[in-house]
Design a protein around this ligand. Structure first.
Ligand code: ASP
Length: 440
């Protein structure tokens, strides 16, 4: 028998109707043995996610604002699901326990983790699977960092005792104190990946509300084609530039074990979705896999004659950014200049001070600032094997009358980055997409 690990996101567990779909999906394939769930998400536009309500509830409680009503709203969401699906779970005792823990001054992480906890308790009962808590399986060190190997071993040992199980996503606990700790938002994706790795799954199915990744953001490019297969590294490049379908840290555990991820749609289970894999041979011969981009970058360029001969110049420039706690994204250099590409929000209220520090500490010939810039990443393993991709991008921009302000090709050759002005961003994305859109 094979083994598949599934993770269902918030919208897939939002109400009884969605849980009905989950049951069908799980029961369709006997290999679907371990199921990780998020807390219930939004059921419709304007609805609230349980995790957000729990954060709110804890804040109100800490500020001595009565949170009984809010707590009841949360409880009612679970009660409604249990009632509609006729699941026999003593939810009241769980609610009571959470209230008691709050009165004892429990942490915010504990409170918000209850969203996935209750979700998993319900789904386990509904599917007839064992409920396995992740609290003592996913372990963090005293500085809050994931203990990868210990976690792997703990999950492996525990699940060896359960043929089929439902596990809550999003949290684990500190090894030293035993206290609950959550991942960053969207972290149930990481839980799924950790479980898939520990159980050496054939595949990690990540069920959400879209049928996988698209080659470009549909808000910018009309009807972009879906991506059927993509490598882990391409996904990383695209997510970095804003294409979001999976928590960034979710790729690492499965990648280590070479387990493919399949992004699937709970609302359209017949769609094959996107496979994210390390097997680059299986990707076909497309030139690019996708494009992604973001607006609002600032480029600071420092000019200094003979800069290339001045040892430590770039280090000092970067130290200035470090002193101001500013993260930079790219740093193309020329012989007498170095540019730093920085998200504009990083520079808010700091720009003048940073420029002054450059002037005083680097004695440059000139410093220029280009704000309102957009960066576009054209990503594809296929670029590394082909001549002329950059030329095609440049020609397209020329034909559209768009000025390329910066062009960077990563040394891995799988990502060509383009800097254009914010006002040209949408047009640039659309024309690059059309240039590389695969034919049917
Ligand atoms: N419920 C958590 C959140 O909303 C974690 C998750 O859904 O993955 O961020």
């Amino acid at each position: 028998m094979g083994l598949k690990v599934l993770k269902f996101g918030g919208s897939s567990v939002a109400d009884g109707i969605q849980l009905g779909k989950i049951k069908e999906i799980v029961e369709q394939d006997r290999d679907r043995r371990y199921v990780v769930v998020s807390a219930p998400g939004k059921r419709f536009d304007g609805d609230s996610k349980i995790t957000d309500l729990l954060y709110m509830c804890k804040t109100q409680y800490d500020h001595h604002i009565p949170c009984d009503q809010l707590f009841q709203v949360i409880a009612d969401r679970y009660n409604a699901v249990a009632y509609n699906l006729k699941v026999d779970v003593d939810l009241e005792s769980h609610f009571r326990e959470i209230r008691e823990e709050m009165e004892k001054g429990c942490s915010v992480d504990y409170v918000v983790s209850r969203g996935e906890y209750l979700s998993a308790v319900l789904v386990a009962a509904y599917l007839g699977y064992d409920f396995v808590d992740t609290k003592d399986l996913i372990l963090f060190d005293s500085r809050g960092r994931l203990l990868g190997e210990e976690t792997n071993e703990a999950i492996r040992q525990e699940l060896a005792r359960h043929e089929r199980a439902v596990l809550p996503g999003f949290y684990g606990s500190r090894k030293d104190t035993g206290k609950v700790q959550v991942f960053s938002r969207g972290g149930s994706d990481i839980t799924g990946s950790l479980v898939a790795r520990a159980m050496d799954a054939d595949i990690y199915e990540n069920w959400t509300d879209v049928s996988g990744l698209l080659m470009a953001d549909p808000r910018i490019v009309k009807n972009p084609k879906p991506i059927d297969r993509i490598s882990y590294i391409e996904l990383r490049e695209l997510s970095y530039m804003g294409a979001s379908v999976l928590h960034e840290d979710a790729v690492f555990p499965v990648r280590k074990a070479d387990i493919p991820i399949n992004i699937r749609n709970t609302n359209a289970p017949e769609d094959p979705g996107t496979i994210i894999t390390g097997d680059t041979e299986s990707l076909g011969d497309k030139v690019i896999s996708g494009i992604a981009g973001k607006k609002n970058f600032t480029i600071i360029t420092v000019y200094k004659n003979m800069m290339n001969k001045e040892i430590g110049f770039v280090r000092r420039a970067l130290m200035i950014l470090e002193d101001f706690h500013i993260n930079f994204e790219h740093m193309p250099t020329g012989i007498d200049s170095v540019s730093m590409v920085i998200e504009s929000k990083e520079l808010e209220d700091k720009l003048e001070d940073v420029l002054e520090a450059f002037r005083v500490q680097l004695s440059p010939d000139d410093v220029t600032v280009d704000s309102d810039m957009a960066m576009i990443a054209v990503v594809g393993l296929g670029m590394a094997r082909r001549v002329g991709t950059a030329a095609r991008i440049i020609d397209t921009m020329r034909d559209q009358g768009i000025n390329i302000r910066m062009l960077i090709q990563g040394t891995s050759e799988i990502n060509t980055m383009l800097g254009v002005e914010n006002q040209d961003f949408e047009k640039a994305m659309q024309s690059i997409y059309h240039e590389f859109e695969p034919e049917e």
